[in-house]
Design a protein around this ligand. Structure first.
Ligand code: ADP
Ligand code: MG
Ligand code: MG
Length: 249
């Protein structure tokens, strides 16, 4: 589903990603771990196609198509979702309106018919019920005055509604309490299926106690230094990232 080959990227003229190779198949959950500043968020932003991140070498294939020149909205239309890309508050726009417009923009890109109000609301009700999200969250302006936990729930709801082929979750390195971790993990586990893939990016092993990955990769100094099964996360928890502190030879 996702095939990244020899990916190099820079931010503000500074080389950050230095030859990433990563293949993720349908139905798999991969975790990327690594020390602060190793390029984890840069990789997420490059996948999403953000403007400030320039690919200088290599390729990103998604469902067999080179997406490295596509705009962020086009990538969303292709089925890539970057969780926490919309933690922004949007005063005056209700969650329902926002979700409906985001979904219909993607359907339009795919040449599918837009959902009308009734169809959308029916679908949305199904998702909120599945995820245990209260309806009042839908009527509120997007993320305005939301607590940390509510924002996480809202990210998961966005993911459920947009139903991406590939979801990339970039966990910030701070401020995630156990409750927030559980919200994210429960949501991801409910949405996990044979038809999608999930890339979880985290500094902390504990998230992976709840979201059990098929593969774990260590990103350090802009390179994937090691890959393994879920046990690699436990080893990192125990040993830390000291083994990966040096620049590549
Ligand atoms: P991680 O998510 O692994 O902590 P990042 O990808 O956020 O790492 O950062 C990798 C490096 O790129 C850091 O040195 C960081 O300072 C730099 N960097 C990331 N984003 C920007 C940006 N928008 N402008 C300048 N430097 C950036
Ligand atoms: Mg960081
Ligand atoms: Mg980061």
């Amino acid at each position: 589903m996702l095939e990244i080959k020899n990916l190099h990227a820079e931010v503000e003229g500074k080389s950050i990603l230095k030859g990433i190779n990563l293949t993720i198949n349908k139905g798999e959950v991969h975790a990327i771990m690594g020390p602060n500043g190793s390029g984890k968020s840069t990789l997420a932003n490059v996948l999403a196609g953000r403007d400030d991140y320039e690919v200088t070498e290599g390729s990103i294939f998604f469902d067999g198509k080179d997406i490295s020149e596509l705009e962020p909205e086009e990538r969303a239309g292709e089925g890539i979702f970057l969780a926490f890309q919309y933690p922004v508050e949007i005063p005056g726009v209700t969650n329902t309106t926002f979700l409906k417009e985001a979904l219909n923009a993607q359907r339009k890109y795919r040449g599918e018919e837009e959902l009308d109000g009734m169809e959308f609301v029916k679908m949305l009700r199904g998702k909120t019920k599945e995820l245990g999200i209260k309806d009042d969250m839908l009527k509120r302006a997007v993320n305005v005055g939301f607590s940390g936990g509510e924002k996480k729930r809202n990210d998961i709801l966005q993911m459920a509604v947009l139903n991406p082929k590939l979801a990339v979750l970039d966990e910030t390195d701070s401020g995630l309490d156990i409750d927030a971790l559980r919200i994210v993990a429960d949501g991801v586990n409910k949405l996990r299926s044979e038809n999608n893939a999930i890339l979880v990016i985290t500094h902390y092993q504990r998230l992976l106690n709840y979201i059990v990955p098929d593969q774990v990769h260590v990103l350090a100094h802009g390179e994937i230094r090691r890959s393994g099964g879920k046990e690699l996360a436990l080893e990192l928890e125990e040993k830390g990232y000291a083994d990966y502190s040096g620049e590549a030879a």
